[in-house]
Design a protein around this ligand. Sequence first.
Ligand code: ZN
Length: 151
Amino acid sequence: MGKDALGGAVRPVGEIENYHAHIYFEGDTGRPAIDVLRDRIAERFSVQILGMIEKSIGLHPSPMLVVAFMPEVFDRLVPWLMLNNNGLSILVHPNTDNALGDHLDNAIWIGPPLAFRPVEDIPAEVRPATSLKALGRSHPAVTVNTSPTLA
Ligand code: ZN
C-alpha cells in the first residue's frame, strides 16, 4: 500500500470486490416505490437482488432492498440510480475487507442521506467488521439473478 504527500495510505481500487446498493424505505408509502424500482433495475441490469430486509438491522436506519453488483456494472447502474431513485435514499458502498469503513467512510448517497444507528448501540453480532479476513471471512461472490430485457 503506497503513501501520498499527506502521509495517508493510498488504497488501490482493486481492494473492491463488488458493491452494494442499499435502497431504504419507510412504512407502507415507501414500499410501492421500492417494488417499482426493484423491477426497473432487474429489467435493465445484471445484478444480484439480495432481497428485502423488512426491519432496521445493524447500522442501517430503516428497512431496505439490497442489490449487489460487480465493478463492471457500476458506471451504468449508479448514474441510472441517480436519475431514477424514485425519491428514495440509496447508499452505494464498496465491499472491501473493512466492512464497517465501507459503510461509514467510503460510501456515496443518492437521494436524501439518512443517519446510521450509532455503532456503539449495535449488538456485536450484527456490527460490520473492520477486517473480515481477521475473522476468517470474506464477502460472498455476486451471483447474478436478474435477466435484463431492456437496454
Ligand atoms: Zn451492504
